[in-house]
Design a protein around this ligand. Structure first.
Ligand SMILES: Cc1cc2nc3c(=O)[nH]c(=O)nc-3n(C[C@H](O)[C@H](O)[C@H](O)COP(=O)(O)O)c2cc1C
Length: 339
């Protein structure tokens, strides 16, 4: 991974410093770029919230070969991890590789390791079209995320997304806060419940709503007919001073438990972080920037190596906490200082 990260640092230049820990400090305010919006506090808060959660270390048990596999929306994944949708290589990452090369590396690398890569959307058009092509080439193995555009454009993109062969579609409703879209004269807005329900029904696919940060919005996602939510603040890129996702996850997961699949992202930097979020109630976790660094620095090989690293870390943490299966993680593996 060192070689891959060194190469990414060269290719990403001032767009990403490839810091020892990707925590949003060096890139605060850099949107476009890889940073968080404004003060950067929502990005740094995601990382901080996870770092404050500690494990109970347990060694008197018989778990030596933990099972990291899960089933999510009918798909078997070798790890409870998805590569988060990220687009805009030229204006966010310095353009050292093309949008096509980047997203192929993500989608194919994830497929090769039996997890799922998601693709992003935005302006210019080639962001989503590169993603759609990569998923189509991978035989529909990938999840396209589209932005909450207005009717005609939205329905056109829905149809194109379906042609990739995927049976799952996502929408980042929090894109309403993206200054990159506003600057390009293409802002998007929040969606009322009836409109959202109509979109999900019309898609005819399993639907993931990304950008849920309150139990109330999670209930609305169920009302709208979504199959899954992603507890996410868009990696801190849409609203400054949002809480860390690990802070809001437990209440959201408790509210919707068993009625909808719960994914979460933001600041996940290790297999240990993945396990923490599963213990707090998530079914699976998305990781953003570290996948981007692996893809820019080493293309598909970089992505595969990164997934291997994560899997090793996750297995190790599962053993040290006595966790047998990623599909059933006990909250009791987390240290509770009040006891
Ligand atoms: C440069 C960049 C571009 C992004 N583009 C998209 C996108 O097109 N669609 C989307 O749903 N999320 C997008 N995101 C948000 C990620 O999917 C994800 O929520 C976030 O990166 C998770 O936080 P992490 O990077 O700290 O893991 C983007 C994030 C970054 C950093």
């Amino acid at each position: 991974m060192k070689e891959i990260r060194d190469n990414a640092r060269k290719l990403m230049g001032k767009f990403c410093h490839v810091c020892p820990v990707c925590n949003g400090k060096a890139c605060a305010g850099e949107v476009p770029g890889m940073g968080g919006l404004g003060s950067g506090s929502s990005f740094t808060g995601n990382v901080q919230a996870l770092s404050e959660i500690k494990f109970n270390m347990r060694l008197i048990h018989d778990v030596t070969e933990p099972d990291t596999a899960i089933t999510l929306l009918g798909k078997q994944l070798d790890l409870p991890v998805l590569a988060a949708p990220i687009g805009g290589v030229s204006f966010n990452m310095g353009g050292g590789v093309s949008e096509d090369q980047y997203i192929r590396a993500i989608v194919s690398g994830c497929k090769a390791k039996s997890i799922i890569g998601c693709t992003g959307d935005g302006v210019p058009e080639f962001i989503h079209s590169a993603g759609f092509s990569a998923i189509q080439e991978a035989g529909g193995h990938g999840i396209p995320f589209i932005k909450p555009w207005e009717d005609e454009e939205l329905y056109r993109k829905l149809e194109l997304a379906k042609e990739t062969g995927t049976d799952i579609l996502g929408m980042d409703i929090d894109a309403a806060g993206l200054i990159t879209l506003r600057r390009m004269g293409r802002p998007v807005s929040p969606k009322p419940l009836d409109k959202l329900a109509a979109i999900i029904k019309k898609s005819g696919l399993k639907f993931i709503l990304k950008g849920i940060m309150t139990p109330d919005d999670a209930e609305r996602a169920i009302d709208a007919g979504a199959d899954a939510i992603v507890v996410s603040n868009h990696g801190g890129r849409v609203l400054d001073h949002a809480p860390g996702t690990a802070v809001v996850l437990p209440a959201i997961a408790a509210t919707v438990k068993g009625r909808i699949s719960v994914l979460v992202d933001g600041g996940v930097r290790s297999g240990g972080d993945v396990l923490k979020l599963l213990a707090l109630g998530a079914n699976a976790v998305m990781i953003g920037r570290p996948f981007s660094i692996a893809a820019v620095g080493g293309l598909q090989e970089g992505v595969e190596k990164y997934i291997d690293t994560l899997q090793g870390e996750l297995q190790q943490t599962m053993v040290l906490t006595g966790t047998r299966s990623a599909a059933a993680v006990d909250r009791g593996i987390l240290f509770d200082s009040s006891r």
